[in-house]
Write a protein that binds this ligand. Structure first.
Ligand code: PLP
Ligand code: COI
Length: 342
């Protein structure tokens, strides 16, 4: 297959319309079958619920070209399940999970020439999104919904990709106790825009949010979970009901335990424990595994012993093993790598 003429190794993480997207609509109590379309635009009434009451949720996953030239996605069933949970919490009708996976396959297949070649460092980002599209003025869910999946080739989410990041502790909270922090609701990201821009203006790549109830424990960043390696080489993974259950993080825990033979602790992590950690990283579909070198807070700056030049050795192993599985170079657990038949 002829690939698009793109400088794959120069791609950033940005929108790029590709040839086809999938769209299904909910009306009169049911989802349409859905189909591929070449139209990147959606026409909506000014009263659409999404505009006023932020009734929307989304997902993020990737397609990869493997070392053998296959095109695969990574655990799309997990994104389907998480999107069902997000939709249900927001009073939207979940898109059937088996049809979600089939629609992901259809969009990737239709845009196969946009999947970055193996070895370029770029990947295809897949963005499913659901919105309340019907008119709604009283505060209530819409009666009509649109579900779309579109794709684009992307490079690293954080500039410099594997160079350690500088983060700051946000003065703001990301999620309320018993709120929507554990689903992928657009509203969680709306509230992060101002703190994110403040972090960027101050020279930091991202914010670390603390637990909203006590501001004692580490939660996550605006677009990725966070993890640590302690000085005994144990992977320490913050646990909380108000963070997004990252598929990358859950996969890394399995990689650490079952492939690398590391000890893993999933537990609440106090912010004041970070100064004693050996390594720190962000993880997510977009972030992959991005090392953290420094964290600024009112209590002072923490420099991780892994430094500002290189990723720590355990983070490096975790990243290489996970990306090796995703690119077909390392055998992963059954069902993780989902081949797209072209
Ligand atoms: N946390 C937040 C707030 C995110 O937006 C994301 C991205 O999806 C993640 C964590 C990582 O989740 P996943 O690994 O499933 O992409
Ligand atoms: C992802 O990693 O898929 C996300 O949705 C994060 C987003 C901030 C780009």
């Amino acid at each position: 297959m002829q690939k698009k003429d793109i400088k794959w190794d120069e791609l950033g993480f940005g929108y790029q319309p590709t040839d086809f997207r999938f769209e299904a609509r909910w009306k009169d109590g049911e989802w349409s079958e859905g189909q591929l379309t070449d139209n990147p635009n959606i026409e909506l009434t000014e009263a659409a619920c999404v505009f006023h009451y932020a009734q929307c949720c989304f997902e993020g996953l990737k397609a990869y070209e493997t070392v053998n030239g296959d095109i695969v996605t990574f655990r799309p069933d997990q994104n389907a399940t998480r999107m069902s949970k997000s939709a249900t919490r927001l009073e939207m009708p979940p898109f059937p999970e088996d049809k979600f996976v089939k629609a992901v396959e259809a969009v990737v297949r239709a845009n196969a020439s946009w999947v970055p070649p193996f070895g370029t460092g770029a990947t295809m980002y897949i963005r499913p999104v659901m919105i309340g599209s019907g008119p709604q003025i009283g505060v209530a869910p819409a009666h009509e919904f649109i579900f779309r999946i579109f794709v684009m080739p992307v490079g690293a989410y954080f500039k410099g990709a594997v160079k350690p990041l500088k983060l700051q502790v946000a003065d703001y909270d990301r999620a309320a106790p018993r709120g929507t922090g554990d689903i992928k609701a657009g509203l969680n990201y709306a509230m992060s825009l101002h703190p994110t821009m403040e972090a960027h203006r101050a020279g930091y790549a991202e914010n670390i949010y603390l637990d909203p109830a006590t501001r004692t424990y580490v939660e996550e960043t605006g677009g990725a979970n966070i993890l640590f390696v302690n000085k005994e080489g144990k992977l320490i993974v913050p646990k909380s009901d108000t963070i997004l259950p990252s598929i990358t993080r859950r996969s890394l825990v399995t990689v650490a335990k079952d492939i690398l033979g590391l000890e893993v602790e999933e537990r609440t992590v106090r912010f004041d424990e970070i100064k004693d950690m050996a390594e720190c990283a962000l993880c997510g579909t977009a972030a992959v595994l991005a090392p953290v070198g420094m964290i600024h807070s009112e209590a002072g700056d923490i420099y991780l012993p892994s430094g500002m030049d290189e990723m720590g050795p355990i983070c490096k192993k975790l990243r290489e093993t996970l990306t090796g599985i995703q690119m077909g170079e390392i055998e992963g657990p059954a069902g993780w790598v989902h081949k797209i038949e072209l």
